[in-house]
Design a protein around this ligand. Structure first.
Ligand code: S3P
Length: 173
């Protein structure tokens, strides 16, 4: 299964916990890019630019999407590329962890590690968020409103959706 959504929506924390609960392996497209390139996401942006990061990200998606039994957390911009969405769809359901810009700003304190939030005003973050929303909406099989939920509560909400589909009997056990 795949977690999508804006920066600070909790994809990594939720994904780790979900994978532990389901006995699946966790993978993160940003971490995969960092593993393969030996550079941090921030360094790739700074040294080579966003286009290079997107190319590495697409390769990471291709690699991870081919592996069964994974919970995959994506980067906030992964689903802007339709080829990434198509590849991720083949691996499982896409869960959109939705979040408001105000919560993003509150959660993402360490903005230095996220090049697209660095030195951005709240208005600029809100604009990026609004630009991205239609992409998450179009790609998602399910939306979870995470704004007032803790990580375990989001995990429980995703599990409930899976259980309703009869897909994940291990959820909540
Ligand atoms: C990005 C989100 C980041 C990371 C990169 C670009 C984006 O991932 O992939 O900084 O375009 O929204 P997180 O959503 O995990 O912060």
């Amino acid at each position: 299964m795949v977690l999508i959504g804006f920066m600070g929506s909790g994809k990594t924390s939720v994904g780790q916990q979900l994978a532990a609960e389901l006995g699946l392996e966790f993978a993160d497209t940003d971490a995969e890019v960092e593993r393969v390139t030996g550079l941090s996401v921030a360094d790739i942006f700074a040294r080579y630019g966003e286009a290079r990061f997107r190319a590495e990200e697409a390769l990471a998606v291709g690699r991870l999407a081919g592996r069964p039994g994974l919970v995959i957390a994506t980067g906030g911009g992964t689903v802007l590329d339709p080829a990434n969405v198509a590849a991720l769809r083949r691996t499982g359901r896409l869960f959109w962890l939705d979040v408001t810009p105000a919560t993003v700003l509150r959660r993402v304190r360490r903005r230095e590690s996220r090049p697209l939030l660095r030195r951005r005003s709240p208005q600029e973050v809100a604009r990026l968020w609004a630009e991205r929303r239609p992409f998450y909406e179009a790609a998602a099989d399910f939306r979870v409103d995470t704004d007032h939920l803790s990580v375990p509560e989001v995990v429980a909400a995703v599990c409930k959706l899976l259980a309703e589909e009869g897909r994940e009997p291990r959820c909540g056990k």
